[in-house]
Design a protein around this ligand. Structure first.
Ligand SMILES: Nc1nc2c(ncn2[C@@H]2O[C@H](COP(=O)(O)OP(=O)(O)O)[C@@H](O)[C@H]2O)c(=O)[nH]1
Ligand SMILES: [Mg+2]
Length: 316
């Protein structure tokens, strides 16, 4: 298996500052484990101007949304935009989202709200939001929860790592070295999450550690290559399907360790049934993508490295 990353078009040698955001190389992993601090990141000026859209699905997040929006727009990313996908939340999240859009869109459009009439699940909400972000021309797309489990402060770090390495996908990961979980997690919740990851990884034969991670930064081109029409999963398995395709389509992936906080306010929308659904859905997605994955594996085997844990050869 090839281990070096071919330089992307327009990729230049990192400056010292950029190099600070380079991931540490771990040759044993298909996905590198980046080690960056949690302090604020100072991105070079040209990176700060990135056209980045954050997609957040919401269902009953009225107590989290305003604070999340404020935290996102406080990031040193002036071109950051936000797509909120609300499923007619009974607690009025959709109304609050409209109010926030009105408040933040005064000088230029920064928030788009997609209202769906019914609770149709996390996966289809993400697909709708990502489609909108792509249609509006975003170069980089972040997906994250509304509940502060995914700290917005990581977004600048993720972008720094993506810029300096040319990766296609950065996963905010709980299960790589340096990743930590909220101490409030009960042992059974940890066990269930660990087991779900182990199960999915074993069946799908992939090496991403945090398969159910919902915090990811994507290059536009990666999402286009995935072809969102082919994504059918909804609950947690949506995250698994996206991670599976990313690895099998030969994308360059880094898992960046994060501290995963328990949601600050409100309750999880993912019930036990959604969690159990993943058990058989894994087999379904393996079957559904079999042709595409085997064709791609054959075509990339000798052409494109699946493993990306070193600096591009040109930059070493
Ligand atoms: N639009 C929409 N958002 C959802 C739905 N289910 C969950 N969400 C949102 O998806 C994110 C993840 O759900 P969450 O309850 O935090 O799951 P957990 O982190 O696994 O406990 C949150 O922002 C939820 O508000 C849904 O059916 N529709
Ligand atoms: Mg959550």
């Amino acid at each position: 298996m090839a281990e070096s990353v071919s330089p992307r078009k327009g990729f230049s040698a990192p400056t010292d500052l950029e190099a600070e955001h380079m991931p540490s190389a771990r040759p044993e992993n298909v996905v590198s484990r980046a080690t960056v601090g949690r302090d604020s990141v100072h991105l070079p000026a040209e990176w700060q101007g990135a056209s980045l859209t954050v997609v957040v699905p919401t269902y009953n997040e009225v107590s989290n949304l305003a604070e999340l929006v404020a935290a996102l727009f406080a990031l040193p990313l002036p071109n950051l935009r936000l797509v909120i996908v609300d499923d007619n939340s009974p607690d009025g999240t959709g109304i609050l989202a409209n109010e926030l859009a009105q408040r933040y869109n005064q000088s230029h459009p920064r928030i788009t709200v997609i209202h769906r009439p019914n609770k149709d699940g996390l996966g289809t909400a993400y697909v709708a939001g990502i489609r909108r972000a792509l249609a509006d021309g975003a170069d980089f797309i972040v997906q994250m929860d509304a509940d502060f489990s995914h700290n917005p402060a990581y977004i600048a770090q993720m972008l720094g790592v993506m810029h300096s390495t040319g990766m296609d996908v950065i996963i905010g990961s709980r299960y790589v070295s340096g990743g930590t979980l909220d101490k409030m997690w009960s042992w059974w919740r940890y066990l269930l999450s660990w087991w779900a990851n182990f199960y999915c990884r074993s069946i799908l034969k992939i090496r991403v550690r945090d398969m159910t991670a919902g915090f990811k930064l994507w290059q536009r081109s990666a999402l286009q290559e995935i072809e969102l029409d082919t994504i059918r999963s909804n609950g947690y398995i949506f995250q698994v399907e996206m991670a599976y395709l990313s690895e099998k389509l030969g994308f360059h992936i880094i898992e960046l360790p994060i501290h995963f906080e328990d949601r600050r306010i409100g309750q999880s929308k993912m019930d036990v049934l959604v969690k159990l659904e993943s058990i058989w859905r894994v087999w379904e997605l393996l079957w559904r993508h079999r042709k595409r994955v085997s064709e791609k594996s054959a075509s990339v085997a000798n052409r494109r490295p699946r493993m990306s844990n070193r600096r591009p050869a040109a930059n070493r």
